[in-house]
Design a protein around this ligand. Structure first.
Ligand code: F6P
Length: 374
């Protein structure tokens, strides 16, 4: 058998672990593996060259500890799915035809696609064209589908944020400052919630729990008045300030990206509390570096399970982690809706019981609740 693998969209720690598990499991079955470069673009012909390589265990042994991806990736290019007015997703017909031609010419009997929802949508279009595709979910945001408990990349990102906040706390304490830390997560608050708990933040602001700035100000003032030297505020990039998403626009191509709420929130808090405040945008440090052990193991498991699905001719499905078990569901189900933080979830209740505030409750309500709970 000859099978292929590619990764598409943003990179994240753990992709190389998936590739290593996939190649190792395939070779143990006597199969060959082709790795395509730079996402789906690797499926397109290139003048005077080729955008793929043969992957062998020698080439991939121990890459599980490497960040990034040995195949390269892109979140732009020819395969960006266009969604028409009635919500039908499609990829340009000639691009699809070229991809099919490459797959047929190489005699590929299966293709594993490592990616987020956008890549999974493209994978499902390839699958609808009759191509044997398996989707392997990937994102640091942990927001892909309600049926999967964790995606690889997420724990590594939370570890980076936690360590960064531990460092930021020392300077905040020295200067008795408010420090606002903006983290990734796209439209979800998973990274902010988990890293807020692990780093003992005072405030966690996430898209799923709308907040009133005055509640945050009241909390900060109360804690400072009680003698707390530093205040740590973790804010997800997709949280809304006064109900508004804060974004940055690329002047050249008009591309609008999430980012900037940390800066705006910092200045608002400084103004409204009279306490010195600074901010830090952790940005792509959350996507870089070597994966933590959890993500290495989960990545390898996804790679190995993808080969098993190919062996069982189970195509058109997406891997998921359910509890401790790697299962699979149809791709269409996996991309139907994002996985968001539930405001009434046990994890949010745990955070509140630690005194973390989400900015959705007034101090008097908090005092009331504290009295009831004590
Ligand atoms: O989707 C993952 C993510 O890291 C988002 O959290 C972030 O906003 C985005 O990718 C950044 O994308 P890029 O690498 O294209 O700047």
């Amino acid at each position: 058998m000859i099978i292929g693998i590619l990764n598409s969209g943003g990179d994240c720690p753990g992709i190389n672990a998936v590739i290593e598990g996939f190649v190792s499991a395939a070779y143990r079955r006597g199969w060959r593996v082709i790795g395509f470069h730079d996402g789906f673009e690797g499926l397109l012909p290139m003048e005077g060259g080729r955008r793929y390589e043969i992957l062998t265990p020698n080439k991939t042994h121990k890459i599980r500890s490497l960040g990034g991806t040995i195949l390269g990736t892109t979140n732009t290019g020819n395969f960006v799915v266009q969604v028409n007015k009635i919500g039908h997703a499609r990829v340009d017909a000639s691009t699809m035809a070229k991809a099919k031609k490459t797959i047929t010419a190489l005699g590929l009997q299966a293709l594993a696609v490592i990616g987020g929802n956008g890549s999974a949508r493209t994978a499902s279009l390839l699958s609808e064209e009759g191509l044997p595709v398996i989707s392997i979910p990937k994102t640091i945001n942990n927001d892909l589908c309600p049926a999967s408990d964790f995606t690889f990349g997420f724990q590594s990102a939370v570890s980076v944020v936690t360590e960064s906040i531990d460092r930021i706390r020392t300077t905040a304490n020295a200067h008795q400052r408010i420090m606002v830390i903006e983290v990734m997560g796209d439209q979800s608050g998973w990274i902010a919630l988990h890293s807020g708990i692990s780093s003992a933040a005072d405030v966690v602001l996430i898209p799923e729990i709308p907040f009133d700035l005055q509640n945050v100000v009241d909390c900060v003032k109360t804690r400072k008045a009680a003698g707390q030297r530093e205040i740590i505020v973790v804010v997800a990039e997709g949280a809304r300030l006064n109900g508004k998403l804060i974004t940055v626009r690329n002047k050249d191509n008009g591309d609008e990206r999430l980012g900037g709420i940390g800066n705006r929130l910092c200045h608002a808090l400084e103004e409204m509390t009279g306490i010195e405040a600074r901010y830090c945008v952790l940005g792509h440090t959350q996507r870089g570096g070597s994966p933590c052990s959890f993500d290495r193991i989960l990545g390898i498991r996804f790679g190995v399970e993808a080969v098993k699905l190919i062996e069982q001719n189970r195509f058109g499905c997406s891997l998921v982690l359910q509890g401790l078990n790697v299962g699979n569901i149809p791709i269409a189900e996996a991309i139907a809706e994002p996985r968001m933080v539930k405001p009434d979830s046990q994890m949010v209740r745990t955070a509140r019981s630690l005194g973390i505030i989400f900015g959705d409750r007034k101090p008097e309500d908090l005092r009331e609740i504290k009295k009831k709970e004590s």
